[in-house]
Design a protein around this ligand. Structure first.
Ligand code: NAD
Ligand code: UGA
Length: 419
């Protein structure tokens, strides 16, 4: 049993805290957000993460997990401090490290000399080394997090890898020991390489998706089918089958900011990473491409009601941060469309939210599938068609069963498939 302080009670911090408590450690999780802490003390979890609420309740009940406002307790009287605060995009595209820096300033005052500071937030290469230089003798270690939203607990407890970057081997081993209950493959490297593993992984996945999205556009022009093309590609195990589904663009709280931050790092050392710039540009073009598809079927959208199916940035989460669905909605709204959004996990947002697919469809001139919730593939198509002003669907996730949908009288457009 180790004493662990976790700073930040968001997706990463709360998962880290609840999972380490589950693995038998004694955890204090701190946040500056009083309301969030008050709710967590009552075992109320706002994040849509399977298993997380159960682990929070278990930790509180068994006395291994506590939530506190302010960082003092989580920085003093602990063996490890995990920094899990946000690192959003700054004005110049680089990662804004102000929250990390604020925690480091407090940590320097409050941490015990033999405690290890672990940076789990995604931070640019060099940050951990600079923090170590400022931390006057404390061990500072990089331990990037690779969890996916919607799978946070599973990814933390059964990770595909635990990467630790440390300049002192004993500190790396102490951190790895915390994960011994997970049986995960581990890797120890320098802090700078560990930091880059994180960005390189996210940016590679984003690049794969931009490649597929551009390929889908090409398929439309030359009469190929992206589903068949990616299926054929995926039979090569060097390519693999994952991250080959086209969509309205990749979003969420990490890919957009991490691609920009890595590009900014490259620019800061005069490396021309045009591949990464193209990855971002291709993605920024996707929402406009979706709107063009809607216009292809409807003409001008002004005054028309359009039902949006899915608002979250992907299925399995209620996270709206940097959601491509909202980017599409914004463009449609700018052109005068009247929107009604439905998402099984979202009850309010920046567009009018309704409480069922049927409500979104009623009186609509088009439905737009923007998030790949599996239930959208199993709707009552004839019923929906009868509710709409025009039975038209744009499926940006290539999720719907084409035959059933068209048999019900719909005109269906998806991405990368012949019209
Ligand atoms: P989040 O916004 O969900 O949570 C961050 C929490 O930190 C918030 O509750 C906020 O109130 C708190 N906070 C901010 N400043 C603080 C301070 N000075 N002291 C104490 N608490 C403070 O963020 P997140 O999604 O958990 O991301 C955190 C970091 O982890 C980021 O660097 C992100 O890139 C990285 N990351 C996120 C994911 C993910 O899936 N969300 C996955 C891997 C890595
Ligand atoms: C991603 C990474 O997968 C995690 O490993 C990483 O830890 C995390 O970012 C992070 O650093 O925050 P996440 O943001 O939860 O996780 O989402 P993903 O499942 O990776 O999806 C990212 C985006 O790509 C979503 O908008 C999703 O809809 C899109 N996507 C994904 C596609 O359009 N097609 C696909 O085939 C797969």
């Amino acid at each position: 049993m180790r004493r662990i302080g976790v700073i930040g009670a968001g997706y990463v911090g709360l998962t880290t805290a609840a999972c380490f408590a589950h693995l038998g450690h004694r955890v204090v999780c701190a946040d500056v957000d009083r309301r969030r802490v008050a709710r967590l003390c009552r075992a109320e979890v706002d994040l849509h993460e399977p298993g997380l609420a159960r682990l929070v309740a278990e930790g509180l009940r068994e006395g291994r997990l506590r939530f506190v406002v302010g960082n003092r307790e989580a920085l003093s009287d602990v063996d490890f401090v995990f920094v899990c605060v946000p690192t959003p995009t700054g004005e110049d595209g680089s990662a804004d490290l102000s929250a990390v820096r604020a925690v480091l300033r407090e940590a320097r005052e409050l941490m015990a000399p033999d405690a290890v500071l672990v940076i789990k937030s995604t931070v640019p290469a060099g940050t951990t080394d600079r923090a170590a230089a400022e931390m006057e003798g404390h061990q500072v270690v990089s331990n990037p997090e690779f969890l996916r939203e919607g799978h946070a607990v599973q990814d933390f407890l059964q990770p595909q890898r635990v990467v630790v970057g440390a300049s002192v081997e004993s500190a790396a081993l102490r951190v790895l020991d915390l994960y011994s209950g997970t049986g995960a493959p581990v890797m120890v490297t320098t802090p700078t390489s560990a930091e880059l593993v994180k960005y390189a992984s996210n940016c590679f996945l984003a690049m794969k998706l931009s490649y597929v999205n551009a390929l889908a556009e090409l398929c439309e022009q030359i009469g190929a089918d992206i589903g068949d093309v990616t299926e054929g590609m995926s039979l090569d195990d060097r390519i693999g089958a994952s991250f080959l589904t086209p969509g309205p663009g990749w979003g969420g709280s990490c890919f957009p900011k991490d691609t920009k931050a890595l590009l900014s790092t490259a620019e800061s050392v005069d490396v021309d990473f045009s591949l990464l710039r193209a990855t971002i540009d291709t993605n920024e073009h996707q929402p406009q491409r979706v709107v063009e598809k809607v216009r292809e079927l409807l003409g001008p959208v002004e005054g028309r009601r359009i039902g949006l199916l899915g608002l979250a940035f992907k299925a399995g989460t209620n996270d709206l941060r940097d959601s491509p669905a909202l980017a599409v909605a914004e463009l449609l709204a700018e052109q005068g469309a009247r929107l009604a959004g439905y998402d099984p996990c979202v009850d309010h947002g920046p567009v009018p939210v309704v409480s069922s697919v049927e409500e979104a469809a009623t009186g609509a001139s088009a439905l737009l599938v923007l998030t790949e919730w599996p239930e959208f593939a199993e709707l009552d198509w004839p019923d929906l068609a009868s509710r709409m002003a025009r039975p038209v669907i744009v499926d940006t996730r290539n999720l719907l069963p084409r035959d059933k949908v068209t048999e019900a009288g719909f005109t269906l457009l998806s991405l990368g498939t012949p019209a």
